[in-house]
Write a protein that binds this ligand. Structure first.
Ligand SMILES: Cc1cc2nc3c(=O)[nH]c(=O)nc-3n(C[C@H](O)[C@H](O)[C@H](O)COP(=O)(O)O)c2cc1C
Length: 206
C-alpha cells in the first residue's frame, strides 16, 4: 500500500511562503515513496460556518455543503494518510480561508472522528520575525488534536532546527525582506518534516 500525503496551502497566495513550504515538504515526502498531492484552499468555494449546529446530530451533515465545494476538500482529506497544513499569520491568526476549512470540518469530528489517527503536521508563515507564526502552528495543531489526529514535527538537526517550520520574510538584517521561499531555515525544517511524515506513514501502513 502506498502512503498518501496531502499538503494543504491555507494562504490565498499560491506562490507565497506557505505554498513554498508545502512544495518543499511534499517533494521530500515523495522521496520516501509516498504519493503526494497539493491542495490550495483558495481554489475552493467554502462558505463560513453559521453555527447552526446541524452537524451535531446524525447524519452529521452540514446544510451548506449542498451549495459549495467543501465536500471536495473533505473527500481528499479523508483519502489521505497524512496531512500537512501551512498557513500564514494574519494578525497572528490563520486567514479566513483556513478558518473556514477548519470550522466546516466539524461534521467529521461529530461523525465519530473520521480523521482519527491520521498523521498531521503544521507549518506557519509570517511577514515579520515574531509576527505570529508560532501561534499559527499552535492553532493548526489544536485543530488536528481536536479532530483526533496524531500531531508530529520534523526530526531535523537537534541543535539548530525546531520541529515545525515558520517562514518569515524579515531576515537577519531587519530592514531586508526576502522573497517567499528564501528562508533557508524554514526550507530545511520543511524538508525534514516531509521526510519524517513520509517515513512515519510508511512504517505505520506496512
Ligand atoms: C491581512 C494580513 C495580515 C497580516 N498580519 C500579519 C501579522 O500580524 N504579522 C506578520 O508578521 N505578518 C502579517 N502579515 C504578513 C503575512 O503573514 C506574510 O506576508 C506571509 O508571508 C504570508 O504568507 P503567504 O506568503 O503564504 O501568503 C499579514 C498579511 C496580511 C495580508
Amino acid at each position: 500500500m502506498v502512503a498518501k500525503i496531502l499538503g494543504i496551502v491555507g494562504s490565498p497566495r499560491k506562490k507565497g511562503a506557505s505554498a513554498t513550504m508545502i512544495d518543499t515538504a511534499l517533494a521530500s515526502a515523495k522521496e520516501t515513496g509516498a504519493e503526494i498531492e497539493r491542495l490550495d484552499l483558495v481554489d475552493y468555494n467554502v462558505k463560513n460556518c453559521t453555527g447552526c449546529d446541524a452537524c451535531l446530530k446524525p447524519p452529521n451533515e452540514c446544510p451548506l455543503s449542498k451549495d459549495d465545494d467543501y465536500l471536495k476538500i473533505e473527500q481528499k482529506v479523508i483519502g489521505a494518510n497524512a496531512i500537512i497544513l501551512a498557513a500564514p499569520s494574519y494578525f497572528s491568526g490563520v486567514p479566513v480561508l483556513t478558518q473556514n476549512f477548519i470550522d466546516r470540518s466539524r461534521p467529521m469530528k461529530m461523525a465519530k472522528y473520521k480523521l482519527q489517527d491520521k498523521i498531521f503536521a503544521a507549518m506557519g508563515a509570517s511577514g515579520l520575525r515574531q509576527g505570529g507564526g508560532e501561534r499559527i502552528v499552535d492553532q493548526l495543531n489544536a485543530f488536528a488534536l481536536t479532530q483526533g489526529m496524531v500531531v508530529v514535527g520534523g526530526l531535523g538537526h537537534p541543535v539548530i532546527e525546531m520541529n515545525s517550520p515558520i517562514a518569515t520574510l524579515q531576515g537577519e538584517d531587519l530592514k531586508a525582506f526576502r522573497k517567499p521561499g528564501e528562508d533557508q531555515l524554514a526550507n530545511a525544517i520543511a524538508k525534514g518534516l516531509g521526510k519524517r511524515v513520509g517515513n512515519l506513514i510508511a512504517k505505520l501502513i506496512k
